[in-house]
Design a protein around this ligand. Structure first.
Ligand code: MN
Length: 291
């Protein structure tokens, strides 16, 4: 199933080029009162929401996909976890790009197991129906297309072989990045610099997340094209690694790293991101002071 959030917190099932509005399924969620839980309630109760959504779908209003504004399929992750150097060819290109290399200067190793993971601020998160807004016009802002894993069940010190049972679904992530020598979390947490879209795809439609073509083009020009089989740490190992350090909660997002071909974008550009079995989206880049 492809489940989307759209038009100010409506819930939809995506079927072909249509969205079936099943917002009524959110009624199964417990009423939350202050202090609110830190994890995502919809993802925690995803099985019940999907069951109700299926029941509502035959009578649900159908809207053209192109007419809705898609929001992040996860509203309230407790954290956005990121893999920094997870494709060999991207590690290689970083050695030959002075601006890209600023973030890695002085490191004696390029192995993810030595680097660890990093976090992006939750406030950077947007869906693909929002414009990506550059904030530092004089600095280079790069696109990074990444398979996004959405955690479905609490995962604490899970083993790699048990890891995929903790996944609620998959999506496409853009780990947008200002280049420079500051700490990663600082440069990559700008508002709109964490994109999740176009929807959540349940694991039954993605039998092997470690074997998916992914690509990104800018204004129709192909920039990144690879396959998740080239990840240094695969999805199971990333969940094992991340959950060794933190408890993963329902709705937590893991951006699994970007392949080679990263590069800058400018206002007016249209980014097209695609991952096999998940889908694709277009996203406009806006300037720092537009609108
Ligand atoms: Mn990245």
């Amino acid at each position: 199933m492809r489940l989307c959030r759209f038009n100010s917190n409506r819930l939809g099932i995506v079927e072909g080029e249509e969205v079936v509005d099943v917002t009524g399924a959110l009624e199964v969620l417990p009423a939350a009162r202050y202090p609110l839980p830190v994890h995502d309630l919809l993802i925690e109760h995803l099985d019940r929401v999907i069951e109700r959504a299926r029941a509502l779908a035959p009578g649900g209003p159908r809207l053209p996909l192109g007419s809705v504004r898609l929001e992040s399929p996860v509203a309230n992750p407790s954290k956005i976890i990121n893999a920094p150097v997870n494709y060999e060819a991207h590690i290689e290109e970083a050695k030959h790009d002075k601006v890209l290399a600023q973030g890695t200067a002085g490191r004696k190793t390029s192995f993810i197991g030595d680097w660890g993971l990093f976090l992006k601020a939750n406030s950077a998160l947007v869906g693909c129906g929002t414009e990506m807004r550059l904030r530092m016009p004089e600095r280079r802002s790069d696109h990074e297309v990444e398979l996004a894993v959405i955690i479905g069940r609490t995962a604490n010190r899970v083993r790699r072989e048990d890891a995929l049972a903790h996944v609620a679904g998959y999506s496409i992530g853009l780990d947008m990045s200002v280049r420079g020598q500051e700490d990663r979390s600082f440069r990559k947490s700008i508002d709109t610099y964490a994109v999740l879209g176009p929807w959540l795809v349940t694991p039954d439609e993605v039998p092997d997340p470690n074997r998916l073509d992914l690509s990104l083009s800018v204004n129709g020009e192909l920039r990144q094209s690879s396959n998740t089989s080239r990840m240094v740490f695969d999805v199971g190992r990333l969940i094992e690694y991340a959950s060794a350090w933190y408890t993963l909660l329902p709705g937590d997002i893991i951006l699994t790293g970007t392949p080679e071909g990263v590069g800058g974008v400018k206002p007016g550009d249209v980014i097209h991101a695609r991952i096999e079995r998940i889908g694709a989206f277009d996203m406009r880049v806006a300037g720092a002071y537009d609108g």
